[in-house]
Design a protein around this ligand. Sequence first.
Ligand SMILES: [Zn+2]
Ligand SMILES: [Zn+2]
Length: 153
Amino acid sequence: MDRPIAGTEGQSFDGGCHCGAIRFRAGGPLREVFLCHCSDCLKLSGTSWGASAAYKDHFHYLTEARPRWYRSSQGAERGFCADCGAQMFYRRDGRDMISIAPGAFDEGEMLYVGGQIFRHSHPAWGPVAPADILDLDTPDHANRGQRKMPDDR
Ligand SMILES: [Zn+2]
Ligand SMILES: [Zn+2]
């Protein structure tokens, strides 16, 4: 896993959608939250979306209800609650990880934002994210090897 959150390995974190129909448990390690400002995220969530991630092997549902999956682009799909519409999950074909929206977790204290992608394609009303969040997809950023952790700010 790229950019795991220290201290989350071996722990489990519960969450669910707004209406409660879908509940899940994700085992650590959890990945840092990446914010995404791409056009798919804007259209689907109404604004920028973001997600942590967990290994699929460490993820299971606590309810019989399952998300509805929508193929949002070639090679990827989004999972949401068909009852309340909560956009909770993203997964790419063939990957062993599932992305989980930070707000879907019951407690978010263990999470922090590690970076953002597609910031420069965000329309003029944004970007909504602070400029001091690391651009993960900017080719010329020189600080990739010395990323600032939140404690350093
Ligand atoms: Zn729901
Ligand atoms: Zn996106």
